[in-house]
Design a protein around this ligand. Sequence first.
Ligand code: ACM
Ligand code: ZN
Length: 692
Amino acid sequence: MKRVKCSLLALLTLVIGLGVCNAQDGIITPAPNIANWGNASLDISEGLSLYIDAPTAERARLIHATEELGVSVKVVKRPAKRGYLNLAIVAETDIAEVSAFTSFAEGYTLDITTKGVDIKATTANGLYYGLQSLRELITHSTTLTTGHLCDAPRFEYRGILVDISRHFRTKEFLMRQIDMMAQMKMNRLHLHLTDAAGWRIEVESYPRLTTYAAWRIPHTWKEWWNGDRNFVEQGTEGAYGGYLTKADAKELVAYASDRYITIIPEIEMPGHSDEVIAVYPELGCSHKPERQGDLCIGKEATFEMMQAILDEIIEIFPSEYIHIGGDEAGKGSWKECDDCKRRMQEEGLESVDELQSYMIQRIEKYLNARGRQIIGWDEILEGGLAPNATVMSWRGEEGGLAAAATGHKVVMSPHGYCYIDAPQDAPYSQPESIGGYLPLEKVYSYDPAPTTMDSAVAQYIMGVQANLWAEFIVTDDHYEHMLWPRAIAIAEIGWSNPQRRDFTDFRQRAVKIVDRMLEMGYKPFDLKNEIGNRPESLEPVEHLAIGKRVEYLYPSRYYGPKYAAAGDATLTDGLRGTWTYADMRWQGFLGRGGVDVVIDMEETTHIESISADFMQICGPGVFMPCLVEIGISDDGEEWEVIAEIEHEVVLDELPSFKSFGWEGSVDTRYIRYKAHRSKYTGFLFVDEIVVR
Ligand code: ACM
Ligand code: ZN
């Protein structure tokens, strides 16, 4: 009888927690998983008496966290009778309702009564997150509504990748982002420390990585990448760059740890290593420094160097995980290299994929022997996954799912939802970027482990991470603009259960957080000014050619294959493109011949306008046409040209969209639309030929 009562009570709590809306809802982000609000209140404007029942080692961190609550806090030796804030680490059985969550270790309960505030957790991390919730309530008002929260994260890994290779960022900048991450209950900062454009962490045994490979003359990555890709000696006049000294990095690790955030360092190998080969050419296959990105796996010197570097890295970073990269190796030089070929023969490796896997497995063994685990990009699956590796799935979810299916842990950061280097609003309103379109709503819509996922696989999904690559992000302000508020969506995906997630509610909270960040001097994207998706794309368009057959004349039938959209149906399916050509609505034509298509209207039709939109995004090589010709015909053989529209293609940093069309009055069965490529080599993208 007792058991039944208990579970009924638990069920009731859950239902109330999920169902009742209260003015207090809408304050805490990420949305707490169970929140029951009362009717009374507690005025804490005079401050709180803090009593901590936790190990000495945690006291200083927790006291520090209470100093950021926004009210005065006095530490006391015994719990106060009124106006108290009691923090206690308790046994699992004392907060059984939190222990019911799968990932309870960071969970907490928070009780606000008319007398004071109690936060209980099984770990100091949990107490810290309870304090973050309290902090948000206090930011809203120092008169707290009574209530009970029972909260724990959905996933144990809630992270952000910060790329400080392409453009260096200081420890002070990183600390500012850590502050915000901690408030949003995020717990992993993945530092992308090394890549082609610069090495950013001091290594005593290989000093030239930072006295040389951390400095260049061009400020922008674009100029450097499109130029000679050289480095210069530190101290050279005009040298641009920088790196974290060991002391900086240790300070950063401690700062993050005080906020219950683990820094995971990434040392890229064997690809994305141009800067290493620039200073140690003997580690490339050809012994030449120019434009080689892959380390030679045939040479023992490569392993000696990487292991020596990792020895120093693990001395700085206490994280369980060391990220070893593993992505986007070209692998071409290995096929030509005697050393690599010998290695393959000696080790019985049948492909360059297996050669890469050999390196990753050897590095894994090295790190495992030193008590660490490796995590790598999903390419480390190719050629055979290292036995204990964790996979970070970025090219989509497939790699992650394949790894999870074989019992490997996975962090999901699929490109389509988690690559926040894409612009978050109408691209013309945003700073230059790598392209695409990833608004807050799309990030928020991501679920790393939906109910449709096999639970045997889902149990290996550790969590979720936003990746902010910095090729096009020169300034700190721009970096913050890209990071926030989308990283808050990642925080909520990582923390709140799907039943607690609601985009309309989240967006309202995010707007307020952005306002608060602006007041604090951050430079987030100002969400309340969001323009939104391309208006044309919001509803299907009606016109006379919908569903009509389109013939692709030679050579324009070479559209795609990656940008085929809906194939031959694309240009008359009524679906207009969004801000990104990767949306499967824009069709991409790469051939020299541009676009040359004929629409068969099936019968003679009265027509007053014909038009099509093109986009231009110079970075990835998408250009406007230089000439559009529109023709009509009764038999599809003899053509009358009714429009010739010339266009001067001007290179521009920001994306643009332009319509090329004709207006008049004709009767015709066939319509020919021909768009010529300019002198710039690249794609033409068109979404629809609209006939009215
Ligand atoms: C990656 O974006 N190359 C991991
Ligand atoms: Zn080699």
